[in-house]
Write a protein that binds this ligand. Structure first.
Ligand code: ZN
Ligand code: ZN
Ligand code: FE
Length: 758
């Protein structure tokens, strides 16, 4: 019996080859009707017998094109129209604008084959792309997504490209960025004084290779911005890059041409392999097996971040040498955003790079490489950016207004929301620097344009001193303005990801977050839903002598922890602390300029200082990472335990000082540092677990959410997760957003929505 179906597909379904895919499917399944793009997605009218229609719908759900992200398929039956064929109907405009846009992805297999096929007209062409791959988010200027609204506007298509573009059966049908050597952009190689060296692709590839092998630093324009590249096996080159970039500790990411080369020196699990080879091509953090790259790539660390090529130029480049391993770090100075405009790159990077490989197409939206790691076979984000942005998060119930959430000041991402979608921005970095603040404002304006947003609600953190708080005030211009507690946002973002309504027991362990009592929180045990939270437990407070200063000079925290624990402060072996010890002690005694904190991040800092692992840091979490590395070295360890106290109000307080006293007694017994470091991790796991147990009894809850930057610590995350699972808890973790403050904005949106509901 003939049936008529009306099918609506929502998600990233435009500019990704969806209509030709449907056309082919219709043909295979003898479907009559049509397919069209409208502003909300793709609409299909399909007529056939019931069996064929079933197969058709099933195949839509299963076999959609690689760049498509299908988020909802709605099927409705309608009256028969007795079509006699299937066709692609002209796009239909409604007053609503489509909010979906594909991310930038790795070159597809077909393009890769053409890139290396001497008979193809795009042989060695570094801007080869098709409907299934290449740059999107980074080159889109405005909506609708047409060529004239992209960075490809200055490159009119040649007749050959146009023919492909107009043919629904061609892989480049409606591929907006399609180009060829005749009509598209091309590469340039410059010296850092802007002397042009070459405009010929093959020559540039070869010369760049030679320059890198000689130990030079080359800035290479990629998809989301410039990378700084050097030979990863060359100590002098890596050290030169560290010095010029003013980055003494933070590890450099690597790139090499093939998976086999990665396996030569890093351990790769099945899951990690999938991530490395995925079309998103993130940096994956892997454990080192054999030391074949410079020791200065990731000083003091046993894990290294690496990725595989994703731009045509990178693929071309690594085809010259299958063993080559390059440092490919973001083109910036320390914590500034990645440089992505040519002029600006020459200004900011010519003191770092000796040469520049660039091209005459603009990057509209910058993005850094995404960074992930795998634990217990689960992928986690440290940074969610290129390849993943702007893939939206869907919620069940529509937003009544457009929302803007400004995120947090560190590792910033902001978020926007309308209809039933939330879009998280790319990673924007630390908003301390003026350059980052400008980029932030520019990116917010860009998002408003390309996603057609008119926010009426502005959400920020509660921190009165945050740039993002001030900016939300400024943007709101008298419209609705909401403030969300930092750690509540951490937990809510995981609840959003996993569609949890709550209440849950939420553990937010991180570096810094402003608490409702005005102190610095970050060891929070919350009982919360999407609207409100109760602070059910936390570690006890300690002073941060000198405030901000203590965050860089972690020996100050070490001193403070010893002081609060009432033990001999002369145990602190660090040289930098020596001359200032008396002064800091006075500060602590008089509580002068000693803001109170209880965050796990700061506890890690202080313990690292006490153990003599680290006295000052150059980048956030350096002390914690090095403390974790010490613990990795320990095989077995004696353990210590601490208990918790309950206040009159029933709040659980874990005594930080008790932990410090145990550590000191271990030191006095002469137990080696790695063993103490491991014992410390285990103590945190155990006491956190016991606290959760207590909360389970008290609140009758069995669902636990873990989030926050401190859970980037593998020992802590793995240990606590396992302990909770074994005890029968349902444990939820962030899988689509970063564990650190990069996911805060999603939580802000979710909580903001509930607050609006009254
Ligand atoms: Zn392709
Ligand atoms: Zn062309
Ligand atoms: Fe945080």
């Amino acid at each position: 019996m003939l049936k008529h179906l009306y099918i609506r597909v929502q998600g990233i379904v435009q500019g990704v080859g969806f209509r030709p895919f449907i056309y082919r499917l219709a043909y295979e399944n003898h479907i009559k009707g049509y397919v069209l793009n409208d502003t909300e997605g793709v609409t299909i009218e399909a007529e056939a017998d019931e069996e064929s229609l079933k197969r058709f719908v099933k195949a839509i759900k299963r076999d959609f094109p690689p760049l498509a992200v299908v988020q909802a398929i709605k099927v409705k039956e309608g009256p028969l129209c007795h079509y006699n064929r299937f066709w692609i109907e002209k796009s239909r405009q409604t007053d609503k604008k489509n909010t979906f846009m594909p991310p930038d992805t790795n070159l597809c297999k077909d393009c890769l084959k053409e890139l290396f096929d001497p008979n193809d007209r795009r042989y060695h062409y570094p801007f080869i792309t098709c409907t299934h791959c290449g740059p999107r988010f980074s080159i889109i200027k405005d909506i609708p997504y047409d060529r004239q609204n992209t960075a490809m506007a200055p490159f009119p298509m040649c007749p050959d490209c146009k023919r492909e573009y107009e043919n629904p059966f061609d892989r480049r049908f409606h591929t907006q960025p399609t180009a060829c050597p005749v009509c598209g952009p091309h590469l340039f190689l410059y010296r850092n004084d802007k002397t042009l060296i070459s405009e010929n692709t093959d020559e540039i590839t070869q010369k760049t290779y030679e320059l890198l092998k000689k130990g030079h630093i080359v800035a290479i324009k990629g998809v989301g911005g410039f990378h700084l590249a050097c030979d990863a096996a060359n100590d002098a080159a890596v050290l030169k890059l560290r010095k010029r970039k003013r980055r003494p500790f933070k590890p450099f990411a690597l790139m090499t041409g093939n998976l086999k080369r990665i396996k030569d020196f890093l351990y790769v699990s099945k899951r990690e392999e999938e991530l490395l080879l995925s079309k998103e091509r993130p940096i994956v953090i892997l454990k080192e097996k054999v030391p074949i790259v410079s020791r200065h790539i990731a000083p003091h660390l046993t894990h290294i971040g690496i990725m595989l090529p994703y731009t045509p130029f990178q693929h071309l480049f690594f085809s010259l040498d299958k063993d080559l391993i390059l440092v490919m770090t973001s083109g910036n100075l320390s914590d500034e955003p990645i440089a992505f405009k040519d002029r600006e790159a020459f200004e900011r990077l010519s003191s770092i790079a000796d040469y520049f490989v660039t091209y005459n197409r603009e990057i509209i939206a910058q993005s850094d490489d995404s960074v992930m790691f795998v634990l217990n076979d689960n992928p986690f984000f440290i940074r969610r950016s290129r390849g993943f942005v702007p893939v939206p998060f869907l919620i069940r119930e529509n937003f009544k207004n457009h929302l803007f959430a400004s995120g947090a000041d560190l590792k910033n991402c902001f978020a926007v929301a309308k209809d039933n979608v939330i879009i998280l921005s790319q990673y924007l970095g630390d908003l301390e620097s003026l350059v980052t603040q400008q980029i932030y404002k520019r990116t917010v304006a860009h998002f408003k344009k390309v996603f057609d947003l008119h926010p009426e609600v502005f959400i920020s953190d509660m921190h009165p001193g945050y740039f993002t708080t001030a900016l939300a005030d400024e943007l709101a211009e008298g419209k609705a303005r909401l403030r969300v507690q930092h750690h509540h946002a951490h937990i809510a973002s995981v609840m959003a990801e996993h569609d949890l309504v709550g209440p849950v027991i939420g553990l937010a362990f991180d570096g810094t977050g402003y608490g409702t009592d005005g102190h610095i929180w970050g060891s929070e045990f919350l009982i919360c839903d999407r609207k409100q939270f109760e602070r059910a437990g936390h570690f006890s407070y300690f002073g941060l002598p000198g405030g901000e200063k203590a965050i860089k000079e972690v020996w100050r925290i070490g001193l403070s922890l010893l002081y609060e624990a009432g033990v001999d402060i002369n145990l602190l072996p660090l040289t930098k602390a020596q001359p200032k010890k008396g002064f800091i002690l006075q500060m602590l005694k008089k509580r002068l300029n000693c803001p109170l904190a209880c965050s796990i991040g700061r506890i890690f800092d202080g313990i690292a200082a006490i153990l003599g692992i680290c006295e000052t840091i150059s980048t956030e979490a350096e002390a914690a990472q090095r403390l974790e590395e010490e613990a990795f070295k320990a095989k077995e360890c004696s353990s210590f335990k601490v208990g918790f106290e309950e206040t009159d109000g029933g709040q659980i307080v874990i005594p930080t000082s008790a932990i410090v006293r145990e550590i000191v007694s271990f030191m006095e017994k002469g137990i080696p540092v790695p063993e103490i470091a491991l014992a410390f991790h285990r103590c945190l796991i155990e006491i956190s677990f016991e606290t959760v147990q207590r909360l389970k009894e008290k609140y009758a809850l069995k669902t636990v959410v873990l989030n926050g930057g401190a859970f980037q610590n593998r020992i802590l995350l793995k240990g606590l997760w396992q302990r909770l699972k074994e005890a029968g808890f349902k444990v939820f973790l962030p899988q689509k957003t970063p564990l650190n403050d990069g996911g805060i904005a999603l939580g802000q949106i979710i909580i903001g929505k509930e607050m609006l509901n009254g």
